[in-house]
Design a binder for this molecule. Structure first.
Ligand code: SDX
Length: 433
């Protein structure tokens, strides 16, 4: 990154010429440094949804939305999905480097060591209604970790961070599995020392004493790949929530819990669940795909094509391409057809030849095809966004750590454009009309 000698000139009313530094990042993208704008001019900027605002300097993830490029710490997502497992990618995101064989083994052992939940936490799960939305339980359980592992409460020394990061990464998986077990009236299954991250999760989800369950290696591989696809994605809504909460020096658990809540929404991580509901509705009611496309284009109703469109990608989301290929590979391997996938492929084909979608650069995003994978692996629809959160946890942790170590960062506190009432006096209660 360089702060070029180049200057941007902002000509304010009264012909005031304000010179602002131009920052050019490592990929040649330019930004205008407005850090001193209000102090020097009294002006602020207005940017709803922060679509044009860089909130930080970051070295974790890079997206080129026009070319459909996604890299974690410089590695293409395709390369990582093909050649790594989730533990390696979590290590890469959190520590900045891919582990060698012994580091990977040690990391795996450390995560397993911290994968149990405090016994008293288990009572919480049982007090939730069985039809509670999993994300409501996930958010509160993640925040509750700070009650049971309070080392983060004090102004923790850096060495504590590593332990807390490991606990967060590992216990997210256990909480996710326990949420499923509670919803289905099943006993909790503890993690096993001999299983790797994804095997353990599948076992904690689906094992019962009467089904002699062993994690299907094909599903273990697919889950590793799916969690990698969800690993990180620059300053998306939930990651920005984690950074903002972390900027108040709230502990990691509280910050990640904020990320869980932000991810829940159907415009963000909740879209994978919305995609599945949309596809099931089309299949169950035999709705013509053309009708669905036409309805998504109309503005007289709130329906949008879930899993389509993206704030940054204006071409195919590379993760959607990978997930689509994984779907097709899985079906071919199991000599199966899947009505949901058939409908998804038809929707994609229709949308990508329709001017409305073309003009707005609306393409399938990560959520369009991943839900079908989760469904084929036996996960209930209500769990999809929890799975997204599991994948995104190393990314959230990496950004929380990066904000914490960034000498430029301060408490996050945006400004506003005020459109409320002018000053007025209170009328005494007995005189109000
Ligand atoms: C994720 O940011 C990230 O990186 C997120 C994520 C990650 O990994 O963290 O990639 C994960 O959240 C993916 C997105 C999942 N959400 C969905 O699939 C929900 C459906 N998509 C839309 O809600 C929408 O595309 C957004 C929210 C994703 C992006 O919206 P923007 O960038 O704010 O764009 P917009 O809403 O201003 O849309 C521009 C136009 C509008 O029409 P016009 O006003 O120009 O007439 O496109 C239309 C929108 O109505 N539009 C859609 C549409 N998405 C946008 N129309 C129909 N169907 C859609 N899906």
């Amino acid at each position: 990154m360089t702060v070029e000698k180049q200057k941007a000139h902002l000509i304010l009313p009264g012909d005031k010429d304000v010179q602002l530094d131009v920052i050019t990042d490592n990929m040649g993208n330019n930004s205008i440094d407005i850090e001193r704008l209000r102090a020097n001019t009294g002006y602020i900027t207005y940017d709803p949804g922060f679509a044009n605002t860089g909130s930080c300097l970051s070295s974790i993830c890079y997206i080129d939305g026009e070319k459909g490029i996604l890299r974690y710490r410089g590695y293409d997502i395709e390369d990582l999905v093909e050649n790594c497992d989730f533990i390696e990618v979590a290590h890469l995101l959190v520590k900045g480097v891919l582990p060698n064989a012994s580091e990977r083994k040690n990391y795996q052992m450390l995560l397993n060591k911290h994968s149990m939940l405090h016994y008293n936490m288990q009572n919480f799960f049982r007090s939730y209604p069985q039809d509670a939305h999993p994300m409501s339980i996930l958010a509160s359980m993640v925040a509750s970790l700070s009650a049971f592992y309070p080392e983060m409460e004090e102004r923790d020394p850096e060495e504590n961070i590593d332990l807390t990061v490991t606990r967060m990464l590992s216990k997210m998986r256990t909480i996710a599995a326990f949420i499923y077990r509670q919803a289905n009236g099943l006993q909790f299954v503890d993690p096993r020392w001999e299983y790797m991250y994804c095997e353990n999760f599948l076992n904690m989800m689906f094992y019962t004493p009467v089904n002699n369950y062993h994690p299907n290696p094909v599903h273990v591989d697919l889950l590793n790949k799916l969690l990698i696809l969800h690993g990180d994605h620059e300053q998306n809504c939930s990651t920005s929530a984690v950074r903002l909460v972390g900027s108040s020096e709230a502990n990691l658990y509280a910050s990640v819990a904020a990320g869980v809540c932000a991810l829940w929404g159907p415009k963000h991580g909740g879209a994978n669940q919305a995609v599945m509901a949309m596809l099931k509705n089309i299949v169950d009611n035999d709705i013509p795909v053309d009708d669905v496309i036409e309805k998504a284009k109309r503005k007289d109703n709130p329906f949008v094509l879930s899993g389509f469109g993206h704030r940054v990608y204006k071409t195919f989301d590379p993760r959607a391409k990978i997930a689509k290929k994984m779907n097709l590979t899985m079906l071919n391997a199991e000599h199966r057809e899947d009505k949901l996938l058939e409908v998804a492929l038809k929707l994609e084909e229709k949308a990508l030849t329709d001017d409305y979608f073309i003009e707005r650069h609306l393409y399938p995003n990560i959520d369009f095809y991943t839900g079908i994978m989760f469904h084929m692996m036996g996960f209930p629809q209500q769990m999809f966004t929890v799975l997204f959160a599991m994948g995104r946890t190393p990314g959230w942790i990496a950004h929380w750590l990066e904000w914490r170590h960034d000498i430029h960062q301060k408490l996050g506190r945006p400004r506003q454009v005020y459109v409320g009432p002018m000053e007025r006096k209170v009328v005494p209660l007995d005189q109000r009309p």
